[in-house]
Design a binder for this molecule. Structure first.
Ligand code: TYD
Length: 142
């Protein structure tokens, strides 16, 4: 697999009449060591989250409830992923700008990431991001 670009990763799904179950495990499925998890919830319908890129951090986003859009940019092109299945994750490697919007009522965005929280890893200025993307080009699709 080529994990140099954002992509949907199918997660295991244990079908069960009592309710389905999905899991992730370090060493398989998720292409990085999971160091931190956080989740975003109670997002008003018109609000946007994200709005940054990362120098080092890799991430897997899962709509464990509801739905939302993740808009990913490589510095030139944008691509929108709609997340609405608890058995799919959007993998985003470092170097891609992302915004999250269009949250449904009750949506929960689980985020599994490769680093501890460190503000220095963030690029929060879009012009700075585009400048860096020209120096180190990354591509949405390969
Ligand atoms: P941020 O990553 O900008 O949120 P978004 O999910 O919209 O991209 O984080 C928002 C605030 O929360 C910011 O002040 C940093 C803080 N924060 C932590 O303290 N620890 C964390 O693990 C995360 C993800 C954020």
């Amino acid at each position: 697999m080529d994990y140099s670009h954002p992509q949907i990763i199918s997660l295991p799904k244990i079908h069960d009449p009592r309710g389905n179950l999905t899991f992730v495990e370090e060493g398989s499925i998720v292409p990085f060591e999971i160091r931190r998890a956080y989740w975003i919830y109670d997002v008003p319908a018109a609000e946007e989250r994200g709005g940054h890129s990362h120098h080092e951090m890799s991430q897997l986003l899962v709509a464990v409830g509801g739905s939302f859009n993740v808009n990913v940019c490589d510095g030139i092109h944008w691509r929108t992923f709609t997340l609405n299945r608890p058995f799919e994750g959007l993998f985003i490697p470092p170097g891609f700008w992302r915004t999250l919007d269009n949250f449904s009522s009750g949506a929960v965005c689980l985020s599994l990431v490769s680093t501890h929280y460190e503000e220095a890893d963030y690029i929060r200025d879009f012009e700075e991001f585009k400048r860096l993307a020209m120096i180190h080009p990354r591509y949405l699709d390969v």
